[in-house]
Design a protein around this ligand. Sequence first.
Ligand code: EPU
Length: 312
Amino acid sequence: MLGLSPGFLARNRVAEVRMAEHTTFRIGGPAVLIELHCRADLREALPLAPRWLGKGANLLVGDAGPGRPVLRLGRDFGAIEELGRHEGRVRLRVGAAVDLAQLIRRCIDAGLGGLEGLAGVPATVGGALRMNAGTPQRWFCDAVERVECLLPGEEAPRWLERRALAASYRHGGLPAGALALGCELALTPDDPARLRAEAARLKAAKAAAQPLALPSAGCVFKNPAPDCPAGRLIDQLGLKGCRRGGAEVSRVHANFIVNPERRATAGDVVALIRHIRRRAWLERGVVLELEVEPWGCPDELAAHPRDLPEEP
Ligand code: EPU
């Protein structure tokens, strides 16, 4: 399959899937999904120019699929190792395939503070590095010392110091096209009970403010400014409950589009996004930019809203 060698196919898993089964939105057409378990096989997969899948929690995949093979890092990228203490902080090496929730649990149980502020954020470590996952108060990259990544055009991974990466809101600062393979974290010893209580508090706040029981890709738009959250803006425009096909602006948090009956298409979501972006621009002069990552979706998602066509 895809010209991959028999050895590659024996060591890794390659399957035809529907991306709807691999995204929290439960939307997305067909793709070839490669689960890359063996680090030595990375090189053979690179010429396929795959799209890199984490937990699928921040993706809008088109109805015809992503248009390219999809690759998810597996076994050899799933370890958590303690490297020792340095200047009162504990260093961990963590693979990109590690589930963020599992990592946070392990850190809390071991009395290591620094990630508890990300409790409830659905991601893998690779996705969290790429997106600088987090909340307005706490970003994943705050705890990172260095990142192992594969740069475009290179075959051998290299370590980049966090200081050299310009991490910012929803951007880990990795060069375009770079693939994060793992990272080293520096965490601070703390009381497990205090860390556990903080994580529980944040999760409860999220559960109260966000439609976590329904399929979605989390917040759809970046906040245009710290004092102008997209959710409040869309709410003020009266768009909660607005629908296109099976896609609905959440009645709980207006920056979520939900797929309540699991029948929304990517086309429905794109139409709803177009409507929201046009209204925000025409009525408030605000350009809403996508926070979710579109794969195999129309170019209009990146267009200026003044250039978006009116709906028929
Ligand atoms: N608000 C409304 N109506 C709404 C939603 C929000 O008026 O329908 C108001 C809230 O009352 C609040 C303000 O808007 O005054 C901000 O809302 P919230 O506290 O929910 O935070 P947010 O900026 O919308 C951000 C992240 C979330 C993260 C929360 C945790 C972005 C785009 N979103 O949401 O991240 O979970 O903070 O505090 O930065 C995600 O990335 O997918 C995501 C959900």
